[in-house]
Design a protein around this ligand. Structure first.
Ligand SMILES: C[S@@+](CC[C@H](N)C(=O)[O-])C[C@H]1O[C@@H](n2cnc3c(N)ncnc32)[C@H](O)[C@@H]1O
Length: 501
């Protein structure tokens, strides 16, 4: 096969995916008692990388890594390759081709990423994907393979069936998508099932490529965790852990005396039961070679060797005296309840430090300092702190990584954005990615400003340029208002790690 027409016609929104960052994957592996390779100097392979919206920012962030993407849709692969060339990025390349036909001399990779591929390809390509992991993972390498899970998808199948049956398969993808939108309106009027109605409401505003590739494409094959584990076994691979957010974590009681293999078996049974109990819809499985050391369920003790970052805010006044539950919200709008005063203080310290990460001891010290500053008792029970941190890390309110390091820069007199951010800002087909590998939702004026940050303009000159740019967009604003807006925006860029020192 030379290309994939549906993805050529309706390219996937190619975004940075925070859960695929190798320094995050290494941290999750460590929580499972597994030592993954150094992410800063890793060879990274991404299968089905679309136009490289995930791979390219990884290569940019880790200049000593080597990043290879494989993509069958010619349009997407060529777009990515062109962007890499424009950036002059020497440690990234995108191959146009079939992941099922990779040459052996591609070598070994420390991290293999396949997001949104496994369930969306024919059975032979699913087998080939796991075969690539078996053949190309380095001895302690980690693969990330996401897939749709039967437990959460079975109730949605009637919707997929109806959308396929009521739309014309021979239409080009964009036209079929528009037809599907009309069908969704019909179904909303006809159907009463609350799960399906909720999904219909979501799909009406979801990205066109999402609706098409989940609900209309030839393949969307959910699998159960048990089936997936069996597939791993038959490819000489093993389950290592979960990279997705979790609201419940498996803890094995009476595990004393079990062999590592016995423990792995019990753990996998518990994971299957969790899927049924929570109607899990999507998994991000981490995988190692069968010959690599056996992993175990996540252990809170391993947090001591990690670093953490978080971008959480709260509208409430934080109560550092009482263990009253308060909600912190991340930029995507997900809420994380926190009760322990010391954990609330830790979240405040992390949000101040963002995008920098704090090591475990530094986080504990910073939390104590916050408690002292606010006059709260700063005697801290470390076991309670660790348990609360463990929960937040499992839910992805706080993200773990393996190295701290400071990356933030303030706007300064003549703000300069790094070249990737400038180019992304200037190219409408690319999303701007923050240092922590998040997609930033920037409007046209913000993109224009970011694109101007080549270090040659003072903040005042930028405000004048932006006033003219806004006027060109039909927005008349006083210089004072534009200056204020520009300043606010510059600090936001700084907070996302887009500016260089
Ligand atoms: C659902 S999209 C996910 C894209 C990207 N990984 C993401 O999550 O944003 C699946 C991607 O896999 C690509 N793909 C499908 N079959 C492939 C194959 N046999 N070899 C390489 N890429 C393939 C598609 O073209 C598409 O870009």
């Amino acid at each position: 096969m030379d290309t994939l027409t549906s993805y050529d016609e309706l390219p996937y929104d190619s975004l940075p995916l925070p859960e695929t960052q190798p320094d995050f994957l290494a941290a999750v592996a460590r929580l499972h008692g597994f030592d993954a390779p150094d992410p800063a100097r890793a060879r990274i392979l991404e299968l089905g990388c679309a136009q490289g919206g995930n791979l390219i920012p990884l290569a940019w962030r880790w200049p000593e890594s080597e990043c290879v993407g494989v993509e069958l849709s010619r349009v997407q692969a060529e777009r990515g390759a062109q962007f890499i060339q424009q950036l002059g990025l020497s440690n990234a390349r995108i191959r146009h081709g079939d992941l099922a036909a990779l040459p052996d001399d591609l070598g070994a990779f420390d991290y293999i990423i396949a997001h949104g591929v496994y369930s969306w390809v024919p059975p032979s390509v699913r087998q080939a994907l796991l075969d690539v992991c078996r053949r190309h993972l380095s001895p302690h390498g980690v693969a990330y393979v996401s897939f749709n899970v039967t437990a959460g998808w079975a109730p949605l199948q009637p919707l997929r069936t109806a959308l396929i049956e009521r739309t014309a398969a021979d239409l080009p993808a964009p036209a079929r998508y528009r037809q599907a939108l009309r069908v969704l309106h019909e179904l909303e009027a006809e159907w009463r099932d609350p799960v399906l109605r909720k999904e219909i409401v979501f799909l009406k505003t979801a990205a066109p490529s999402y609706l098409f590739h989940e609900y209309l494409a030839d393949f969307n094959t959910p699998v159960s965790f048990g089936e997936f584990s069996m597939q791993l076994e038959s490819h000489d691979l093993r389950y290592l852990g979960e990279a997705g957010p979790r609201h419940a974590v498996v803890e094995l009681e009476d595990a004393w005396g079990l062999t590592p293999e016995g423990m792995a078996g019990r753990w996998q049974d518990a994971e299957s039961a969790l899927d049924e109990a929570h109607a899990t819809r999507f998994r991000r499985a981490l995988i190692a070679r069968a010959a690599a050391p056996c992993a175990q369920p996540p252990q809170a003790g391993a947090l001591r060797s990690l670093a953490f970052y978080a971008d959480l805010q709260s509208d409430d006044e934080i109560d550092l005296e009482n263990a009253s539950e308060q909600r912190f919200i991340n930029p995507a709008g997900s809420a994380f309840p926190v009760a322990q005063p010391v954990m609330k203080a830790a979240v405040m310290a992390l949000s101040t430090a963002y995008p920098d990460a704090l090591t475990y001891p530094d986080l504990l010290t910073a939390a104590r300092r916050v408690m002292a500053e606010f006059g709260a008792s700063n005697s801290v029970d470390e076991a309670l702190f660790r348990a609360a941190l463990f929960q937040l890390v499992a839910a992805h309110g706080v993200m773990p990584c393996v190295s701290a390091g400071s990356a933030a820069a303030s706007p300064g007199e003549r703000p300069r954005a790094h070249a990737l951010a400038q180019r992304q800002a200037q190219s409408p087909a690319w999303v701007v990615s923050g240092l922590r590998h998040v997609a930033l939702d920037l409007d046209a004026p913000a993109r224009r400003l970011l694109g101007l940050l080549d270090g040659s303009h003072t903040v005042e000159a930028l405000a004048t340029l932006m006033q003219a740019a806004l006027a060109g967009m039909g927005v008349a604003q006083s210089l004072e208002d534009v200056s204020e807006r520009t300043n606010r925006q510059l600090w936001l860029f700084a907070r996302q790690g887009l500016l260089v020192k």
